[in-house]
Design a protein around this ligand. Sequence first.
Ligand code: EPU
Length: 452
Amino acid sequence: MGHSLAMRTAAHSQEAGQAYVMNGGRPVEGRVTALGAKNLATKAMVGALLSEDPAILTNIPAIGDIAMTRRMFDSIGVVTDLQGDRLTFDPSQLSSAKIAIPDSRANRIPILLLGVLLHRLGEAHVPLVSGCNIGPRPLDFHLEAVRLFGASVETTDDGYSAYTSGKLTATHYELPYPSVGATETCLFLACLAEGTSVIRNVATEPEILALITMLNAMGAQIELDANRMLTIEGVDQLSGAHYAILGDRIEAASWACLAAATNGDITVAGIQPTSLVNFFGPFNAVGGGIEVLGESSVRFFRRKPLQRTMLETDVYPGFATDWQQPFGIMLTQADGTSVVHETVYERRFGYLDDLRRLGAKVQLEKKCLGSRPCRFFERGHAHSALITGPTRLVSDNLRLDVPDLRAGLAYVVAGALAEGRTILLNADLIERGYGNLPERVADLSLDLTEAT
Ligand code: EPU
């Protein structure tokens, strides 16, 4: 380990909480159940606040982001009750428009509460949001949407404040890019606005379709038309949310990559196979094997020696940016040079430095190494990568800093692949998105324990 890395990890382990210890280099086999999707569960909680009737949400994942969202709800007067995976709350308790969250590392949820609080209380005060460090992640589309629906919004030192003197009014808005979060903001704003809104260039991820399904079941009038267009007829009120959260397709894809990368065999339960439709193609192309075992269970394995591929991430229905990291780690075991072009985030290759330390042959490029139109063309971001394999990954007690939440499970794939002992620092980031992993992987032959 280089001197600077040693100093960095020593400093880090003093401040970072949890760490996982992994012993890798063997095929990983067994069974795991994917949690409910984080990126639907938290949004469904927010959407449920549009009604004043009690909400019942099931298949809620026991993860840090849910705990954080529950604390935000506490701060606005809405007490939530979580029994197993069933979350209930009474949105009529809403009494404050100011989200106060004690956590220094906030998630992306507060900004989504702007529309809901404006409808319910006529004002909203939410903190600055951060989320994972994978690019600048601006909020301009959200703020523009709030203004277009007739509210005023200002950026203060510690967050955003929005006001409306009357009912919000419908609008027409074409999103500059199909942002997941901004599409959700528009949905929340439009559901109870006066008149018919037309939102173009929206994101259509499975979690968004599920959110629309939930809102329509509450009485909203939302239509998804061709060409990424939403037409939303505002209604006066909504009934309570009763909804089961779909399985986490990002988690499922990470287990799939773990199975194929280690030449193992993993059955993932709790997942809708159709939500993985555009993962299956590239996974097959590389040599992964897939057996759909029913409505909610898929077996993943290695069908043949893995081979190089060319991959580009994109908004849905493209290959999800959140699948890119575990997939990239799997590609270290594929024969030849694979090309990965990341078109959603500027900085989603942070994990390659650590992969290199484990022995991977990787190279970053600022060029667009792909054919899809890309917002980062000639903007100097290192957003393409070349990954050459197959390489034997080895770790002699290497300490790796998990850089962001989704990369977390990708680091678990790397730790399982690398022969020897690997220590994953910042494991609390993994727990924020995937819960108590050592307990959850009990039925997998994965040697992962929490450091004491
Ligand atoms: N963007 C803007 N302006 C905006 C909003 C977005 O320029 O006002 C840009 C972003 O900078 C980014 C792109 O649009 O380059 C896409 O961002 P998007 O808004 O779609 O992302 P998000 O809603 O903040 C969600 C997920 C991410 C996932 C992305 C893309 C949540 C909480 N997060 O983020 O998942 O990568 O969509 O699918 O839903 C995670 O789960 O940890 C995670 C990072």
